[in-house]
Design a binder for this molecule. Structure first.
Ligand SMILES: O=C[C@H](O)[C@H](O)[C@H](O)COP(=O)(O)O
Length: 231
């Protein structure tokens, strides 16, 4: 599939999800190229009279939402989110478990998804997989102190490679919350619940990019149209 087609599909899924939003809702605004199309569409709808508040999952999405004219709020004013809409790096067919965080926003994304009554995931047809880890590494956000030890513990969970993420300049990538990301290459993951249990026990891990049993709807856009998957 060409990059252009992929972007058309991302945009189609994103706009369909944005059209699920109703006036009065608090909306979790995801991060990444697919979520950017959703923010753009919500901005258009706000200009047409839709009354919502958004809670962004990254500094980047906050900038995009402000530019799009979406009024923002935060958890000090709203503990619950009516609907969160976000992209994903992999979606497991059947379970709708996800890998997220290749853009580095997984921590805030997971907090927002957890607070949401409905968590809608928007992807193009390149994202579904039979097993998580088939293509994407599992991004793990860790505190920088002692990260080398944390990386060894992650490798002991079965990762074939654990690589500190770097930015374009080759410096260590720093998340919006000031942490590092270790990209853990597990290959196909047969038992994600078991792996999550092991990763969660490692001191130094802040959060990981496996989102298990969190999605309420997944919109998959392909040349055939948009399929809606539910768990
Ligand atoms: O940290 C980034 C997020 O989890 C993104 O939602 C994810 O990487 C998908 O991004 P994109 O829509 O650009 O493929």
């Amino acid at each position: 599939m060409s990059g252009r087609d992929m972007n058309v599909h991302k945009r189609t899924a994103a706009r369909e999800a944005a059209d699920m939003v109703k006036s009065g809702m608090v909306v979790g605004l995801g991060t990444g190229s697919t979520a950017a199309y959703m923010i753009e569409r919500l901005g258009e709808r706000v200009a047409e009279g839709l009354e919502i508040f958004g809670i962004p999952t990254s500094d980047d999405s906050e900038d995009k939402a402000i530019k799009a004219g979406i009024p923002l709020t935060d958890f000090s004013a709203h503990r619950r989110i009516d609907i969160a809409i976000d992209g994903a790096d992999e979606v497991q067919r059947g379970s709708l478990n996800l890998i997220k965080g290749l853009g580095g926003a997984l921590l805030r994304e997971k907090i927002v998804a957890q607070a949401a009554k409905r968590f809608v995931v928007i992807v193009d047809g390149t994202k579904p997989v039979d097993l998580l880890g088939e293509r994407a590494p599992v991004p793990v956000e860790v505190i920088s102190f002692g990260w080398e030890c944390t990386a060894e513990r992650l490798a002991a969970c079965g990762a074939r490679g654990v690589k500190p993420r770097t930015d374009r300049a080759g410096s260590l990538f720093v998340t919006d919350t000031g942490n590092m990301i270790l990209d853990c290459h597990f290959g196909p993951i047969e038992n994600p619940e078991d792996l999550v249990g092991k990763i969660d026990r490692i001191v130094g891990v802040v959060e990981h990019g496996m989102f298990l049993n969190m999605a309420s709807d997944v919109l998959v856009a392909t040349t055939e149209g948009v399929e809606r998957w539910e768990p």
